[in-house]
Design a binder for this molecule. Structure first.
Ligand code: AMP
Length: 358
């Protein structure tokens, strides 16, 4: 396995806040970062040594970028698979193409999970009205329709209660390939952020409990209010997923929990550092961002242990403007992603509160 020594340059595909926090963690370990993304002045570019501003399918720009870096990683999963393959042919890509290809498509992701023995909600693929009728017969209601690709933060999704209006479903999925999923009557939502290094070492962070509003993560608390056996089960699942994908880096597995039975059902995999892992920056012995850098550079992984009770709240839209409120709070750690326009629902920053163990 190739180890990337401090002093080297890490290429990051994507310029958002995840890239920014990766670049900050990389800098502390002595690495320089080079961001590749289509937008000027991105949150990641603001804190990085270099940037290439180009479209993801610009092969001339990709080739020049690949020559200037020692390893490439990505901070969001919708970079075209073709781009990932191109990069992987030119230089080291970690995580690799396999994780990206599987997780970019909800159907292949669910097939992969089930083939690996991991439970998901029942699901069926559809595209046309005729397929949808068949899917309703098979999956029933309530259920959730989701486009197979490019869905995030609730986009391309529709909850279907007792009666389903097929036209409405097809309007949301825009007649593109989609899946119909059985509705999971869960008590809580959790996620496990796990790292697997290039040498195959694995370390899972403590389970986070997540609250969403309007499909966007609002808050993560650690420890999650679940039984130890459920915590252990969730970590085993995440580890199994990382190993099955031969994954290198940090990934997150989002799950639903039914308290009474202790059932854990996987919702989705994010092949990258994750919003529900931001608490680790101040709340764990090693942050998810540093852990990702360690994993892709094949350095020893750090301890994922939490240092106490932790709570992370996203600052969406204008919430970011309450600077003093958080800075005057001694136990709060305020993060601003450097984005200008505080549009409604936009992830502008986050705050973490740590109640450290004695
Ligand atoms: P996703 O885009 O798959 O992460 O879904 C966004 C949110 O919708 C999840 O965090 C859940 O709150 C809810 N959701 C998604 N799928 C289901 C399901 N099959 N059953 C119940 N709730 C769901």
């Amino acid at each position: 396995m190739t180890r990337i020594e401090p002093g080297s340059t890490i290429g990051i595909m994507g310029g958002g806040q995840l890239g920014r926090m990766l670049a900050l963690a990389a800098a502390r370990l002595g690495y320089k970062c080079h961001i590749f993304c289509p937008e000027e002045n991105s949150p990641a570019q603001q804190v990085s040594a270099a940037a290439t501003i180009a479209e993801y399918d610009d092969e001339v720009a990709l080739a020049a970028f690949a020559k200037q870096v020692d390893v490439v990683t990505y901070e969001f999963e919708n970079i075209p698979a073709q781009t990932a393959k191109y990069i992987a042919d030119e230089t080291l890509l970690r995580p690799g193409v396999k994780a990206l290809e599987i997780t970019q498509d909800r159907l292949s992701e669910k097939n992969f999970l089930n083939d690996s023995g991991v439970e998901t909600a029942p699901y069926m693929a559809f595209q046309s009205e005729e397929d949808l009728e068949g899917a309703f017969k098979e999956i029933g209601r309530p259920s959730v329709a989701k486009t197979r690709r490019f869905g995030y933060d609730g986009k391309g999704q529709l909850m279907i209660k007792a009666r389903a209006d097929k036209d409405r479903v097809l309007e949301v999925t825009k007649n593109t390939p989609a899946i119909l999923e059985g509705f999971v009557n869960f008590d809580r939502e959790i996620s496990v952020v796990v790292a697997r290094s290039a040498s195959g070492d694995v370390a899972a962070f403590p389970v986070g409990e997540n609250i969403h509003t309007n499909h966007i993560l609002y808050m993560t608390t650690v420890p999650a209010d679940i039984r130890p056996i459920v915590e252990a089960k969730a970590k085993v699942i995440a580890t199994q997923v990382a190993n099955a994908l031969e994954y290198v880096g940090v990934l997150a597995v989002e799950m639903f929990v039914k308290d009474e039975t202790g059932d854990v059902v996987v919702n989705e995999i994010a092949p990258r550092v994750h919003n529900s892992g931001h608490w680790t920056i101040e709340g764990a012995k090693t942050s998810q961002f540093e852990q990702h850098i360690r994993a892709i550079c094949d350095l020893p992984l750090g301890s994922p242990e939490a240092i106490g009770n932790v709570r992370m709240k996203n600052l969406l839209g204008k919430d970011i403007l309450e600077v003093n409120k958080y800075l005057e709070d001694e136990s709060a750690h305020y993060h601003h992603y450097g984005k200008r326009d505080p549009r409604d629902g936009r992830k502008m920053g986050h705050v973490t509160w740590v109640d450290a163990n004695e």
